[in-house]
Each structure stands twice: as C-alpha cells, then as structure tokens.
Design a protein around this ligand. Structure first.
Ligand code: MSP
Length: 641
C-alpha cells in the first residue's frame, strides 16, 4: 500500500465528561490508523473538541463560569485522556482555535457570495440537545426522539443554506458509490432519508438568543449554527485551501462516527463540501452504540462508564481489545465488566497468552533459552503456513473494510490453530530421546514463529502488551513490518529472556480484592526521602536503570488524595503508567509536559487498582516533593548515568 490515509473522529462536545462511547470511537480510529501504517500508508489522525452552541453556553452558565474558561477545562480533560488509552493522534483541534474560526468565516463568505445563503423569517421547533430544528414528523409524542424532551418553539429571522438544491446530486452519488458509507446499512438509511424532500439548512442563530459562536462574516447580528462550524473542523485542521497537509491528506479522508450523527455527516456535510467546492470525503465509517446492561448510557440513569475506571480494571490493552473485539462494527453492543473479563480470560489469558507462555518456556528449557533451529518441515507445518499466509491477508481485508471485530476473531482463530498444532505434536513427548531432537526443534520453532506473526497482527490493538511480547520473543529491536508476517523469518538462536505470563488470568472477585489490597499498600507506601542506609557498591547502583521521560498526561487517581497517575514517554513504543504520591504538591496540569527522571526497571506494583511501571524521582523540599527535571534538550528514553 503506497497511499495516504487521513482519518478523523467526531469532535466531542465539551458539555459532558469523556465516557466509554467517546473512548470507543477514538480507540477504533487509533486502531485503524495503526493498521494502515502497518500496511504501509502515510497516516494522519485528527480528533478534538466541539465547543460552541447553546448547549455548551448553558452548561457554562450552570457552572457559573465564563464559556471560554468552561470549554478550556473540559477540552483539556479529553486531551489528557487520550494518552492514557494509548491514542496517538497527530492533531487535536478545538473549534475555538482562531485558525478554525477564520476558516469557517472564509467558507461561509464563499458560499454567501455564490448566492447560496439567504435570509428568511422562520418558525419551527428547536431541540437544544440536537442543536437543530426538527420536522414535526420526527417527533415522538411531541418529544425529540433522541433526547426525549419537548423542543422549543422559535420564530426568528435566520440565514439558510440552499441544501435542497443538492438533493438530486447527493442521491445520485449515494446510488453510484456503493462503498461510500460503511457498513452498507447506513448508506441505505441515507438513501431512505433522501426519499423525502431535503429542506434548506438554517445556518445561523441570532445573537439576541445565542452569543457563544462564530460570528457570520456577512452579518454581525448572528453567530454560525454549531454543526456548520463543527463539520468544517475536518478541513480547517489541515489548513484548507492551501495547506500542505490539506493537499496531501484530503484526497483520502475517512470520517469515523457513531450512528447518532449519520444525518449531519451523510447529508449536511457532503452538501456543504459540494457548495464550498471541496472534494467530498472518501468514506464515512459508522459504528453502533455501547449500551450498558441493555440500557442507553445516560447521566440520569447513572450508568455512564468511565473509560479510565475500566482501564484500571482491565489494563489499557485488555480494554482496547475488548472494545474492538466485542462490538460488531456498526451494530450496538452491550458493555458489562463481566463480558469484558470473560473476553479477556478466553482470548487473551487462555488462548493467546497460553500459546506464548508454553512455546517460550519449552524452547527456553530445551534449547538453552533460545529459539530452536528448525528441523525438516512436514505436512503439519506446511498446512499451518498456508493457513497463516491466507489468514494474514484476510485480517488485512477485514481492516480495510472496517471490520476490526472480524480481524481479531480471525487472529485468535490463528492462535487456536497453533495451540492445536502444539497439542497434536506433543513436544513434551519429544524431549527424552535424542533422535526426536530435530522434530522438537521444528515444532517449537514453528510455534514461536507463528506466535511472532500473531504478535505483529495484534500490535495495533494492544501496542503495549505486544511490545512486551516482542521483548519476550527476543525481538525488541525489530521494526514491525507487514511484509515480515510470513513464516520462517524468526532467527534461530535468538535469546528468549525469562518472562512472566503476558496475560495473567483475572477473576471478577480478584479485581475488587486487588483494589482493597492496594488501598492498604497505598497507606504503606512511602514516597518521602529514604532513611540513611548502609553504603552500597557501584554494581548495586548500576542495577538500577534510570531514564529521562516526558510526562504526556497526568490525572488524579480516583479515591486517593495523594496519588497521581502519569503516562510517561520513555522512548518505547508505548507510554508507561507511573503512580507517584505527589498530588498534594502538583496538579495533573503542572506535571504534564515535564521532562523527568524515571527508575524504569522496578518491578511493577499495583496501587489503587492501577499498575505502576516505574518511579518518577522527586527531591525532598522541606517536607514537600519537588520534581527532579532533566535538561530541556535531552530526548525521552536517554539513560541517566
Ligand atoms: N459534537 C458532535 C460531533 C461533531 S463532529 C463534526 C457530537 N459530539 S458528542 O460528544 O456527542 O460525541 C458523539 C460521538 O461520541 C458519537 O458520534 C460517537 O462516536 C460517540 N458516542 C457517544 N455515545 C456513544 C455510545 N454510547 N457508544 C459508542 N459511541 C458513542 O455529536
């Protein structure tokens, strides 16, 4: 694949805190990006926040703070969350950015000058939740179907965009372009919607009613309708019309969205693009919704799932895997902790984890802690190689058609195949007699080599665990290449270091007990300066690995007044979560961005249910803690001597 891949998430409203639904869209987009990169594409991944409109102005007023201050705070929450979930976006856009505002005004003016925006008196029913006028036909018992609240009646002058004149064009595009919208049922939904006459779109709000928005460039008594403003983020982020990024990435733009915003993206957006003379997006990729124990997530029911709490329970990779594997992309899916644990244990602990553990430990034991030399290849191996050759291509096809659940199902099927191969070949019966040594080498080599391919295929979903997996296979330094996902490329003699199980089995009751244990260990943990101890020899000191790390984000650990959890870049392929007891002395914002010194080879410990993988060094400052910082020009990952 020698192409570019530009992918976006919806930009999230800042009137509520991030939840598992937002996390799902963003993780899915991250996973698509990582796979496309693996397949050789040059990628660009955009996310951000949607900060104007009545809903947000009202939330700010209810909190008693100015809208700008309010949006700054919640936008930062989204921005801080993503590194904790190992999201690697290239850009984070805010609709309050001045460049974005200027772009919206430029496009409005262009369409206005073309005569496609006009002023008229309008009366209608307005839903604040949807931030749009509703048709009578859309109402359910007089309420908005999505928000179950009655819309407000408004009679006012407003500007309208002649969207109706694009109806025939849009219908034709949808009919002729079968792959425009994934999965296909959402394309059908759009085709159905277009069977009714398309209304012109009201694109302004009078300032007498709403001030929090982008002023219309041709009439300063109005601000721009929030959806018209928000959708343009996808183009403004790349600096339409002349930005280098725009020229490079726009031709292959993909939007990942939830099904709730199909109409705005599938109807308003293409008409807006057509009017502005911007080529229409390449694909709309639509997913379903997570429901909780069968119910829609809602603040009033109190069932909104916090992604960080789930991450703390399952580990970031366990969470990413569950979200990608359990939701059939495009359909709704049920979120429960039990389902997540069942999935983790079945797929990761019992199937793939077991494959890794046993193939590594048998090889270590019988071949001087190294990858064995492969002996002659028989029919069983040939059959497995064929499965893998087809399987790897199949996974790629599933990903490029946006079916990550199928891709993962297939990878785990490959893992079962190798487990079955080991069970059939029974390498443990081949260890006694020297005449079986060649065969033993072949079986273990094949198992390790296939495991290597599976690790590569799982890497975009679980980058941190797969980094450890590669370390365990002695492949830490290897660059992962899709072209190397073919049999026989594992180097015999590669050292296999001693390793712990990659996915230890989890029990529902253990999770809670661990939390309890960790509360106690938090009490015991002592971050103040150590007492004076006996002197140590230099080689004792050298056992400790110290590295420079950049804190990419930081948050307070729930239910703890002392602990902060930082996501630290140590020049590895993933970020490490590190707990420090500095919450009384530093806010998460103050920690973020600092270049610090980290002890990187401490055994991981669990504190308040979170695994901490290192220690950030502080000095004592009259009873307070003061961060020890590295010089500005040093890169993360550099050793401290
Ligand atoms: N601001 C608009 C989008 C503008 S894009 C130009 C918006 N924001 S939102 O904060 O409400 O986020 C909506 C998105 O969050 C959905 O489209 C979906 O991607 C995600 N989810 C919100 N709830 C969800 C679930 N329960 N399940 C899965 N994803 C859901 O709409």
């Amino acid at each position: 694949m020698n192409e570019v891949f530009y992918v976006t998430t919806p930009i999230y409203y800042v009137n509520s805190h991030p939840h598992i639904g937002h996390a799902y869209t963003t993780i899915a987009t991250d996973v698509f990006t990582r796979y496309m990169k693996l397949f050789g594409a040059e990628t660009y991944f955009l996310t951000g926040t949607d900060e104007h409109g009545q809903k947000i102005a009202e939330s700010a007023a209810n909190s008693g703070i100015k809208p700008q201050e309010f949006v700054d705070k919640i936008s930062q929450e989204f921005r801080n969350l993503w590194p904790h979930l190992h999201i690697e976006n290239d850009q984070f856009i805010r609709t309050t950015d001045s460049k974005h505002k200027a772009c919206v005004q430029q496009i409005l003016q262009k369409i206005f000058d073309q005569g496609e925006i006009y002023l008229k008196e309008y009366e209608g029913l307005y839903c604040i939740g949807c931030e749009r006028f509703l048709d009578e036909a859309e109402l359910e018992n007089g309420n908005c179907p999505d928000h179950q609240t009655p819309p407000e009646f408004h009679k006012e002058q407003n500007y309208f965009f002649r969207m109706s004149s694009y109806q025939a064009w849009l219908s034709e595009e949808l009919m002729k372009n079968e792959n425009w919208v994934y999965p296909a049922r959402y394309r059908n939904e759009l085709i159905q919607l277009l069977k009714n006459p398309l209304q012109d779109l009201c694109i302004s709000r009078p300032k007498s009613r709403l001030k929090w928005g982008i002023e219309l460039p041709f009439d300063n008594n109005f601000v721009t309708y929030v959806w018209f403003d928000a959708l343009l983020n996808y183009a403004s982020a790349l600096e339409w019309p002349n930005g280098e990024k725009f020229k490079k990435f726009w031709p292959n733009v993909h939007h990942t969205i939830g099904k709730d915003i199909l109409k705005t993206h599938g109807i308003y957006w293409p008409c807006m693009l057509k009017a502005a003379g911007i080529p229409v997006f390449k694909k709309l990729v639509v997913h379903g919704h997570w429901v909780v124990e069968g119910n829609k997530m809602s603040k009033s029911i109190g069932n909104v799932v916090d992604p960080l709490a789930m991450k703390d329970q399952l580990g970031v990779d366990g969470l990413r895997y569950f979200l990608m594997r359990d939701m059939s992309f495009g359909e709704d899916s049920n979120f429960t902790k039990e389902l997540a644990l069942t999935r983790y244990n079945a797929d990761l602990a019992n199937n793939f984890g077991n494959l890794m553990n046993r193939s590594i430990s048998m090889s270590r034991k019988n071949f001087q802690e190294s990858v064995p030399p492969p002996g002659a290849v028989g029919n069983q191996e040939k059959e497995l190689h064929e499965y893998f050759a087809k399987g790897v291509q199949k996974c790629r096809e599933y990903i490029v058609t946006f079916q990550p659940h199928r891709a993962l199902e297939h990878v785990l099927y490959l893992s079962s195949k190798v487990n079955k191969y080991i069970d059939t070949c029974k390498p443990w019966t081949l260890t006694k007699d020297d005449k079986d040594r060649d065969r033993l080498g072949t079986v273990l080599y094949t198992a390790l080599d296939m495991t290597r391919i599976i690790v590569g295929l799982l890497d975009p979903v679980m980058p941190k665990k797969m980094y450890t997996a590669r370390k365990n296979l002695g492949l830490e330094q290897e660059v992962i290449r899709f072209s190397s996902f073919s049999p026989g490329l594992l180097e015999p003699g590669t050292k296999l270091p001693k390793s712990n199980p990659l996915f230890p089995k989890m029990q529902a009751s253990n999770v809670d007990q661990d939390n309890l244990k960790n509360t106690q260990s938090e009490k015991k943990s002592n971050y103040s300066a150590p007492e004076k101890k006996d002197q140590i020899a230099i080689h004792d000191f050298q056992k400790m690995e110290l590295k420079v790390g950049r804190i990419k984000s930081c948050r307070k650990v729930p239910k703890s007044s002392k602990l902060l959890c930082s996501e630290v870049d140590l020049g590895e392929n993933y970020l490490r979560s590190i707990i420090s007891g500095a919450a009384e002395f530093y806010s998460p914002e103050e920690m973020t961005g600092r270049l610090v010194i980290v002890v990187t080879n401490l055994k991981p410990v669990k504190l308040m249910g979170i695994i901490s993988e290192g220690m950030i060094l502080f000095s004592d400052d009259n009873g307070k803690m003061a961060l020890i910082e590295a010089p500005d020009h040093v890169d993360p990952g550099v050793k401290v001597r």
